[in-house]
Design a protein around this ligand. Structure first.
Ligand code: NAD
Length: 261
């Protein structure tokens, strides 16, 4: 029965796969048998992840992509089809975070966050859907921010809430073609984004302030824990695999129940 979670002969692209949740997702999809294109703005990190997958017995290719650039995203998808002959799974995961009070966000900053987080998911879903066959799956990374508000997250929240709306519209329009579109909304997770907030002006990581925030985020979860990248990666696998064949337009919240508090 667990065969429904296996991905033999499937081809997957994961964006933002050079770090954190995308890296774990690429590893899990490869572990389930998919050939994975590890795509990131940072080609060095993507290469490191792809090489590790190969060492672990999987099959992966590293590619540079800027998800905010539709031409770059199209090139990634068409290049994948040229290389592997098909595309079955698209994980639009790349994202950035800007912490700024709403009264201080500049038009350029707002545009930048929406370009990567929201338009990146639009371009990725469009390019993938154009080449996908029935049975394919698109998974977009959202955030627990879709369920509540915290100060300083205006542009990020707008991008992720917009992403949730986009998922539903894509799901409705692509359903008749047999393509499913879903989201994973991680809770607070140790990754490049969350660690990046605790680097001082000299570039030094501030472990103490990081641990304090981790403790605060742990306290808001009924399960009393924060997420690890692998937790969201397992949700990605479920949504990408035949096991999730009846899910579309759905968002799995991987946050220890934090959305309820
Ligand atoms: N870490 C958390 O607490 C958390 C919580 C909820 C949602 N998320 C979401 O998870 C996703 C992954 O983030 P993460 O936490 O793993 O952070 P991360 O910083 O570890 O990984 C993000 C990756 O995206 C890449 N990236 C950034 N801009 C890009 C672009 N324009 N084109 C291609 N790649 C680009 C970065 O190089 C990086 O490798 C994001 O969408 C983020 O919003 C994270």
């Amino acid at each position: 029965m667990t065969k429904a979670f296996e991905l033999p002969d499937k081809v997957a692209i994961v964006t933002g796969a050079g770090s954190g949740i995308g890296e774990a997702s690429a590893q899990v999809l490869a572990g389930a048998g998919a050939r994975v294109v590890v795509a990131d703005l940072d080609l060095d990190n993507a290469t490191r992840v792809a090489e590790q997958i190969d060492k672990d017995g999987g099959r992966a290719l590293a590619r540079r992509v800027d998800v905010a650039d539709p031409a770059s995203v199209t090139e990634l998808v068409t290049g994948t089809v040229t290389e592997f002959g098909r595309l079955d799974i698209q994980v639009n995961n790349a994202g950035i975070m800007l912490r700024r009070p709403v009264l201080e966000i500049s038009p350029e900053e707002f545009d930048q966050v929406l370009s990567v987080n929201l338009k990146g998911q639009l371009y990725g879903s469009q390019a993938a859907a154009r080449v996908m066959e029935p049975g394919s799956s698109i998974v977009n990374t959202l955030s627990t921010i879709i369920d509540f508000s915290t100060a300083g997250t205006g542009s990020y929240a707008a991008s992720k809430k917009g992403g949730e709306a986009l998922i539903r519209t894509f799901a409705v329009e692509l359903g008749p073609r047999g393509i499913r579109v879903n989201g994973v909304a991680p809770g607070w997770t140790e990754s490049g984004i969350t660690r990046g907030r605790h680097v001082n002006e000299r570039g030094e990581f501030q472990q103490e302030s990081f641990d304090q925030l981790a403790a605060k985020m742990t306290a808001v979860s009924p399960l009393g824990t924060v997420a690890e990248p692998i937790d969201s990666a397992y949700a990605v696998l479920y949504l990408a695999s035949p096991a999730g064949r009846l899910l579309t337009g759905h968002v799995i919240r991987v946050n220890g129940g934090a959305s309820m508090t």
